[in-house]
Design a protein around this ligand. Sequence first.
Ligand code: NAD
Length: 485
Amino acid sequence: MAAELHNVVGGTRVAGRRTFEKIDPVDGSLVAHVHEAGPDVVDAAVAAARAALDGPWGRASVAERTALLRRIADRIEERFEDFVAAEVRDTGKPEHLARDLDVARAAMNFRSFADTVAAAGLDSFLTDLPHGRKALNYAVPKPLGVVAVIVPWNLPLLLLTWKVAPALACGNAVVVKPSEETPSTATLLAEVIADAGAPTGVYNVVHGFGPDSAGEYLTAHRGIDGVTFTGESRTGSAIMRAVAPSVRPVSFELGGKNAAVVFADCDLGKTLDGLARSVFLNTGQVCLCTERVYVERSAFDAVANGLAERAKALRLGRPGAPETTTGPLISHQHRKKVQSYLDLAVAEGATVLTGGAVPELGPDLAGGSWIEPTLWTGLDNSARVVREEVFGPVAALIPFDSEEEAVRLANDTDYGLAAAVWTTNLERGHRVAQQMRVGMAWVNTWYLRDLRSPFGGVGLSGIGREGGLHSMHFYTQPTNVCVQL
Ligand code: NAD
């Protein structure tokens, strides 16, 4: 039976101005009726968050906050299978992926930011003054305040907790707006956070869409103190405009058109495994996924054929089937966009190495938004499909002849989120990775994360960095105290 998902305001379930349907991308069945928040519900959520800050939560010690974060992590683990089921119904991703990546990382996010905030010190300077006198400067971190958290549908719980955990660790209260495509785990998290003993109003959820809906009402609201957003670059621009009148800080993790650079001296088997993961994980719906693969010419055929073999070996199917490697795209609407790029690639002169169409998976899955993993050759950096983010299981393979050319081609993009370099030459690995104009560069791996390291992008891929102390910097505002000694 379809669930009914309410907004959560000050610990209470609140109906919206209307409901919308959340559809299962696996087979088109109905997952939930979701209450869309109108401006009144968003007002109430912002007010509830403010009231929490004005109450005991605003005076909670670091020890109290970190203890809460650890209890939240424990409760996520106690309800692990509920989170897996909710995430899988919303996204259609394979169960093993939801288990190993999304839900596991959610608990880890809370523990990691509890550790970071517990260990963080204060910035202080002893200032020399004329005549041997001194002054002591120290910066006291204060919460930013009411933080609007806007997240996408691709890794819903992982990306939500990546923002909520540091925000709460720093003493903020949040109003979260999950994607309209993935409302379930954000709602479940409200129960878990309340069970863990968070004061009322610390975590509020408003459901709905972007423009003329909860997303826009929240980001344009004068009662918020900052916005942390993950999603498309275009949406980032809209949010910048929304916060401009009140000059609020933003932290943006946006789109990517990420390159892999494969040298002929790579370990071919490991590189193909890593490349296949980086192109096809989560049906290519990870902001870090590789959509451009530059290959040294002498290895081009071996890499192209090897990657195509791995693409053909992927198994599309129901999330619970043990052999399933790959789920559907998130929605029919998104599939339409991806299909338009499949058509465009052919029109731009691509050779389709594998895939390129909607697969036949039988009547059971015919209502789902399935797409074939797809690889192209024969394109160059001038093609629109090589320049624009597709956000599906697709990549273009392009040959290069020198290290300089590879660096130039990889950096020839308006985006700048992530890159991966595949080589057994250690010096070259460091050298090329450091020249990538991105926030994160990997050598002989991909999407290997230390949660304390900076995460973010340059250019169209974002503003600011989150992770460890970088998150602390966004979610706090220091007050400098200067004492003449
Ligand atoms: P999206 O920008 O369409 O939506 C993201 C969120 O913003 C949703 O909750 C949506 O309802 C809301 N929104 C949309 N318009 C809005 C507006 N005008 N005002 C306020 N809120 C608004 O993105 P998506 O399609 O959900 O996610 C895919 C995109 O996210 C891709 O571009 C992907 O690269 C990016 N992404 C980036 C990262 C990263 O860390 N850099 C991680 C994951 C996804």
